[in-house]
Design a binder for this molecule. Structure first.
Ligand SMILES: Nc1ncnc2c1ncn2[C@@H]1O[C@H](COP(=O)(O)OP(=O)(O)O)[C@@H](O)[C@H]1O
Ligand code: SF4
Ligand SMILES: [Mg+2]
Length: 374
């Protein structure tokens, strides 16, 4: 039976579907496995947040979705946008899908905008690329409308990037991303370089644009609390792998994976002054992807590590309605049912060996087997 149906979730047709994505950078110093079997889906009009510490592979996933990775990257797995296989796409089709099918808002607009061109011309570029017959007057009107949509006066089209503030530049980047009316926006740390007040404005803007237009959004951030506020679902990454996935507020309030729990505890809760006084940080640093520890990659930092964690590298499996986690202490739905405990409860109790069979939480057949440490 379909795992989603088994987990009590309704089946859905995802606009974006990623299955068992692996990305390895080849460098002179050796291979860097930056993404190790990521699988997730994004329903039309919904918002998925991807969180995790720096270096866990978030940007690599974002770049892989539209084949924007450098040549040194070796990619395998499956990426479907509206059912089309991105990794097998011919160049012409890929160009059409970029901007119109999905577009990216990167962090740090100053580096992404061309310093010697007026911002209006830069917003016009993707429009002309996709609709070369558009008249100059129509392009000007469209650029003006896009600037208004992101809260800037149309006259700012004549400005150069250095004449705008950081927040205004990021608004220009969002206008560019919207230029070809994409059905998916991938926002990679869109507010990281901005001060707190402007961050909030930009997030509100993205939220309202996505809400108004019904487009889907994949938003990447190291800040779980921002994602929990903005997104419907959350995926938590650690060392190139998604270790937890589920409804955003549930993952934030009640993470199943010890890393998800530690990450969430690091952020103060609105309305809970004790959490503000007492945020829990996570000791240690994420592992070097080129030298991962054997077994579970979170093992050296895990507060509840067990002996068996050295022997297995867990992958995501369903741990409750519409939720998935990758930890040997969290039983799969089937294990929980067999033992008569609520799915997703802590599996530390004796007699609850988790079934080490990897399943795709979105309903596909098993995707990867956990790698036993040799
Ligand atoms: N072009 C590259 N060449 C080699 N290694 C890279 C490259 N880009 C990223 N990496 C490495 O891949 C890992 C994941 O990086 P990245 O996807 O940027 O993480 P995040 O966005 O979560 O901070 C890191 O160890 C990073 O150093
Ligand atoms: S598998 Fe073990 S080390 Fe990894 S998160 Fe779970 S308890 Fe911690
Ligand atoms: Mg990044």
């Amino acid at each position: 039976m379909d795992e989603r149906a088994r987990a009590g979730a309704s089946p859905r047709t995802d606009y974006l579907r990623v299955k068992d994505l692996h990305v390895t950078y080849r460098t002179a110093g050796g291979d860097i496995p930056a993404v190790r079997g990521a699988s997730f889906g994004l329903a039309p009009g919904s918002k998925l947040g991807v969180a995790g510490e720096s270096g866990c592979g978030k940007s690599t996933v974002a770049l892989a979705l539209l084949r924007l990775l450098p040549k040194s990257a070796r990619v395998s797995g499956e990426i479907l946008i509206d059912g089309e296989d991105v990794l097998g796409m011919k160049w012409g089709r890929l160009r059409a899908v970029r901007w119109a099918g999905a577009s990216v808002v990167f962090q740090g607009a100053m580096h992404s905008l061309n310093a010697v061109h007026r911002v209006g011309d830069q917003i016009a570029e993707p429009i002309l690329l996709h609709e070369p017959r558009t008249t100059p007057a129509a392009v000007r009107r469209r650029v003006g409308a896009l600037l208004e949509q992101v809260g800037l006066p149309p006259a700012r089209a004549r400005a150069y990037p250095h004449e705008l503030s950081g927040g205004q530049r990021q608004r220009v980047m969002i206008a560019m991303a919207l230029a070809c009316e994409p059905r998916l926006i991938i926002a990679d740390e869109p507010t990281t370089a901005l001060d707190v007040m402007i961050q909030a404005q930009i997030l509100r803007l993205i939220d309202s644009l996505v809400g108004d237009t019904g487009i889907s959004m994949l938003m990447i951030s190291h800040d779980l609390s921002v994602l929990a506020d903005t997104c419907d679902r959350l995926a938590v990454m650690y060392a190139g792998r998604i270790v937890e996935e589920g409804p955003a507020q549930q993952v934030f309030d009640d993470a199943r994976h010890p890393y998800g729990a530690a990450l969430s505890a690091a952020f103060p809760r609105i309305g809970d002054p004790s959490s503000r006084r007492n945020p829990h940080g996570l000791a240690g640093d994420p592992p070097d992807p080129a030298a991962l520890p054997g077994g579970c990659a979170f093992r050296p930092r895990c507060p509840v590590v067990q002996d068996r964690c050295a022997a297995v590298d867990p992958v995501l499996w369903p741990v409750g309605p519409d939720r998935a986690a990758a930890c040997v202490r969290v039983p799969s739905d089937d294990d929980a049912r067999a033992a008569g405990v609520p799915a997703g409860a802590d599996a530390a109790s004796p007699g609850m060996p988790p079934e080490q069979v990897a399943r795709d939480p979105n309903g596909a057949p098993p995707i990867t087997r956990p790698e036993e440490t040799r």
